[in-house]
Design a protein around this ligand. Structure first.
Ligand code: FEO
Ligand code: CA
Ligand code: CA
Ligand code: CA
Length: 669
C-alpha cells in the first residue's frame, strides 16, 4: 500500500468534517420525497422498471432477453485461491498479452533490460502499473486502432535490483517519473476477434510522463492558488500523477483522474493539506530530493500540490497535442471521470473521490455537444456547474442497523440531490470563491453537507439505460468510534467488502438536480457472509465478489465489475465479474476471469461484439520482491537464466486480451 496510495488506510481519516449523517436528515428526506413527487409507489416503480427507463422499446426487449449469449457466452469460473499465479479464463477462452511494462513504443527505443533501465529508455517504453484502458478502433478499418492506458504508480521493490537502487536513488526516481503517466500505442489485428498486437513505431505512439507539460484550463487556470516560481502564470503544469481509472469521451478523448497525488509531495501541514492527506513529512519516494517542486517547503513551490488532483484530458489521435487539466471538475482524489450527453446536448461528467467518507460529484457543461466538431467538444469540460451528491434513505433509521439486513420495504433505496458548488460561474459555497471551491473541493463538499461514502471508485453511466453505477470499494471504519455512522446508502458497519449503488437521474435527465437510488449489491462471499445482497437474486447462484473498483458495460448494458482487494478480504485472486441488471436474473454475478497472484483487475473493456474482453493487470506479484518474486506473469520465466531478450524473471504489469478459443480451455498459459 505504501507505493499505491501512501498507506492511506493506515492513516487517519481525512474527512473530519461534521457533515450531517443520514440519521440526522431522515425526516427531512421523507418530506423532500413528497416535494419531488417520488412517493413510495413511484419510487418502487423506478427501481423495478429499470429496463424501460431511457431505452426504446426495442432496446428494452434486448435488455430482458436471456443474458450471457452472443459472442461472450461463458460459464462462470470458480473463484481462484489468492496464491495462484495465473490468468484464469472460462472454458472456451484463451488469453494473450498485448503489451507489457518496458515494451518499446518507438523504433529508437532500446529493448527492455530490467538490469539496464534508464530514464530515457523508460520514457520510450510502456509504463508501469497500467490502470485505465481503452482500445479505440479506427473507423472503417476495424483492424487498426490506438490502445490508451495510464500508469498509476511505480513499485520500486519490483522494478529495481536492491543494491543498485540503494546506490542510485536519484536515477531511480527519474525512471519512476518516466514510468508514470500515459501510453498511447497503435494496435493492429488480422480481423475482428483475433488478438491485437501493438505497433512499435506507430505514428500515434506517445508517452506522457510526470514531466510532460499540461495546459491548465477552466475557472481556476491562472489563479494565484496555482502559481509557482517555475510557472508564474499558473497555467502550465509538468506531468500527471497517480492516474487511476478514466473514461473515453463521446468525442474520442481520454479522461483520467489524478488520484492519490498527496503521497508524492511534502507539505507544510495546513488544514487544507490535512483534508487532502498531505503532511509535512518526507515522502516514501523521495522525489523532493530530486526535484524541488515536490516539497512545499521550498520557496516558490508552496502551490505545486494544488496543480495535481485534477481530471486530465488527452487526445490519443494527436501525439503532439497538449494534454489538459480541467479545473472546472474540481480537485480531489479523482478515481476517474465518465461522460454522458444529456438530452439537451450538455455533457455531464461523473466522478468519485476515492477516500473513506468522501463524496460523489457531477459536472454539467455550459456549452452543448456538437456531433463531429471535435475542436469545440474538447472545450466542453472547461466551463459549467459542479455538484456534489447527497443521499437520503426512505426506510426508518432503526432498520439500518449496520448488519446490512434489507429493510422491510425490500430495498436500500431513496432519493437524493446534487448540491451545487459552482453554478452559472458563481460559487454556491458560503465563504469560498469559485477558485477556492475548485482547488479545495473537498472543503466545499464538507460545507454543503455532502454524503460521506464508502470510498467511491468508478462512477459510470450505463450507455444503454443512462443509469449511473457507483462502485464503493470498502470502508472498514464505517460506523466505528468517532466516525460517520451507517446510513441507507452506506448500510454496513465496518464495510470490508464494499457495495454498488444504482442511481437514476430524475426523468432520466443527466442534468437533473434530483435523483432516485438503490443499492444493487452488497458485496462479499455469500456462502460465509449473511450481510451480502444481490438485488434479491439467489445467493447460492452468484460468484463471490469483494472490493468493487472499476466498472464497464457491454453493448447490451450488462455491468462488468473488476475488483481490487479480494485476496485480503475473501481470500481469492482479484477478478472480473459480469452482473445482469435487468429481468429475472437481475443481481446475478458471474465471474469471468481471475488475475494472477498479487494483481488487481483494472481497466476492464468489453468488446462483446468481437467476443473479446481486455483487462489491465496491475501490480502482479505486489507482495514479492525483485529477487524473490511471487508472480511470474505474463512471461512465466521461472529462472533468471532462462529470460530471453525483453523478458524478465518476475512480474510485469501488462494488458491482456481474452478471446474465444477453439483450442482448449486456455487456462494457465
Ligand atoms: Fe487507484 Fe481508487 O484506485
Ligand atoms: Ca428502503
Ligand atoms: Ca481504482
Ligand atoms: Ca484500484
Amino acid at each position: 500500500c505504501h507505493f499505491k496510495c501512501g498507506n492511506a488506510c493506515a492513516k487517519d481519516v481525512c474527512n473530519t468534517s461534521d457533515n450531517s449523517y443520514f440519521r440526522d436528515i431522515a425526516d427531512a428526506a421523507l418530506s423532500r420525497r413528497s416535494i419531488l413527487g417520488l412517493g413510495a409507489v413511484a419510487s418502487a416503480a423506478l427501481v423495478v422498471g429499470v429496463e424501460t427507463v431511457g431505452a426504446t422499446a426495442a432496446q428494452a426487449d434486448t435488455l430482458v432477453a436471456p443474458q450471457g449469449g452472443g459472442k461472450l457466452a461463458f460459464k462462470a469460473i470458480a473463484p481462484v485461491p489468492r496464491t495462484v499465479d495465473a490468468v484464469t479464463v472460462p472454458e472456451g477462452y484463451d488469453w494473450a498479452t498485448i503489451i507489457r511494462w518496458g515494451d518499446p513504443l518507438f523504433n529508437n527505443t532500446a529493448q527492455f533490460d530490467i538490469n539496464a533501465q534508464t530514464e530515457k529508455r523508460q520514457a520510450g517504453q510502456f509504463g508501469y502499473n497500467n490502470d485505465y484502458l481503452n482500445i479505440i478502433v479506427d473507423k472503417y478499418s476495424g483492424r487498426s486502432g490506438v490502445l490508451v492506458a495510464n500508469h498509476e504508480y511505480t513499485n520500486e521493490d519490483l522494478m529495481f535490483e536492491p543494491a543498485w537502487f540503494a546506490a542510485n536513488k536519484a536515477e531511480a526516481a527519474k525512471i519512476a517519473m518516466a514510468a508514470h503517466g500515459f501510453s498511447v500505442v497503435e494496435v493492429k489485428r488480422v480481423k475482428s476477434g483475433t488478438p491485437w498486437a501493438y505497433v512499435r513505431g506507430g505514428e500515434r505512439n506517445r508517452r506522457i510522463t510526470a514531466t510532460t507539460p499540461f495546459a491548465v484550463d477552466g475557472p481556476a487556470a491562472g489563479s494565484d492558488l496555482l502559481k509557482t516560481v517555475a510557472d508564474p502564470e499558473g497555467r502550465t503544469v509538468l506531468g500527471t500523477l497517480n492516474n487511476c481509472a478514466g473514461g473515453t469521451t463521446p468525442w474520442g478523448t481520454v479522461l483520467s483522474g489524478e488520484e492519490n497525488f498527496n503521497q508524492y509531495f511534502r507539505c507544510t501541514g495546513s488544514a487544507s493539506d490535512a483534508r487532502y492527506g498531505l503532511s509535512d513529512v518526507a515522502t516514501e519516494r523521495g522525489w523532493e530530493d530530486v526535484d524541488p517542486r515536490f516539497s512545499a517547503r521550498n520557496p516558490g513551490y508552496e502551490n505545486e500540490i494544488n496543480r495535481f488532483g485534477w481530471i486530465v484530458e488527452i487526445d490519443p489521435q494527436n501525439p503532439t497535442s497538449t494534454p489538459v487539466k480541467h479545473t472546472a471538475l474540481g480537485r480531489f482524489k479523482h478515481e476517474g471521470a465518465n461522460v454522458r450527453i444529456a438530452d439537451d446536448g450538455r455533457v455531464v461528467a461523473y466522478s468519485g473521490d476515492d477516500e473513506r467518507f468522501d463524496y460523489v460529484y457531477k459536472f454539467v457543461s455550459k456549452a452543448k455537444y456538437r456531433r463531429g466538431d471535435r475542436k469545440h467538444n474538447m472545450t466542453l469540460l472547461s466551463q459549467g456547474n459542479l455538484y456534489v451528491a447527497k443521499f437520503s434513505g426512505n426506510s426508518p433509521a432503526a432498520q439500518i442497523d449496520g448488519s446490512a439486513a434489507v429493510p422491510t420495504d425490500g430495498a436500500f433505496d431513496g432519493s437524493g440531490s446534487w448540491i451545487p458548488l459552482v453554478k452559472d460561474g458563481a460559487s454556491m459555497v458560503p465563504g469560498m470563491s469559485v477558485e477556492e471551491v475548485l482547488v479545495y473541493t473537498r472543503l466545499a463538499g464538507d460545507k454543503v453537507g455532502a454524503t460521506k461514502m464508502d470510498r467511491p471508485e468508478d462512477v459510470e453511466p450505463n450507455p444503454v439505460t443512462g443509469k449511473l453505477y457507483i462502485a464503493l470499494t470498502n470502508n472498514t471504519q464505517r460506523d466505528t468510534t468517532g466516525k460517520a455512522t451507517v446510513d441507507e446508502a452506506n448500510p454496513r458497519t465496518k464495510n470490508r467488502d464494499g457495495h454498488v449503488i444504482e442511481l437514476t437521474e430524475r426523468n432520466n435527465d443527466a442534468t437533473a438536480t434530483e435523483f432516485a437510488w438503490n443499492i444493487l449489491l452488497v458485496a462479499g462471499d455469500p456462502s460465509k457472509d449473511e450481510s451480502t445482497y444481490f438485488s434479491g437474486y439467489p445467493k447460492d447462484k452468484v460468484s463471490p465478489i469483494s472490493c468493487p473498483d472499476n466498472l464497464a458495460f457491454d453493448s447490451k448494458g450488462n455491468l462488468w465489475i473488476s475488483t481490487d482487494g479480494q485476496p485480503g478480504t475473501i481470500g481469492y485472486c482479484d477478478a472480473l465479474h459480469k452482473v445482469t441488471l435487468t429481468g429475472a436474473e437481475r443481481g446475478r454475478v458471474e465471474q469471468f476471469l481471475a488475475v494472477p497472484a498479487g494483481a488487481e483487475t483494472c481497466g476492464p473493456l468489453i468488446h462483446d461484439r468481437d467476443g473479446s474482453v481486455f483487462v489491465a493487470v496491475q501490480h502482479p506479484g505486489e507482495n514479492g520482491t525483485f529477487q524473490d518474486p511471487t508472480s511470474f506473469f505474463p512471461d512465466y520465466v521461472l529462472s533468471p537464466s532462462k529470460a530471453k531478450r525483453g523478458e524478465v524473471y518476475g512480474p510485469r504489469p501488462s494488458v491482456v486480451q481474452v478471446f474465444s478459443s477453439t483450442k482448449g480451455n486456455g487456462k494457465n498459459k
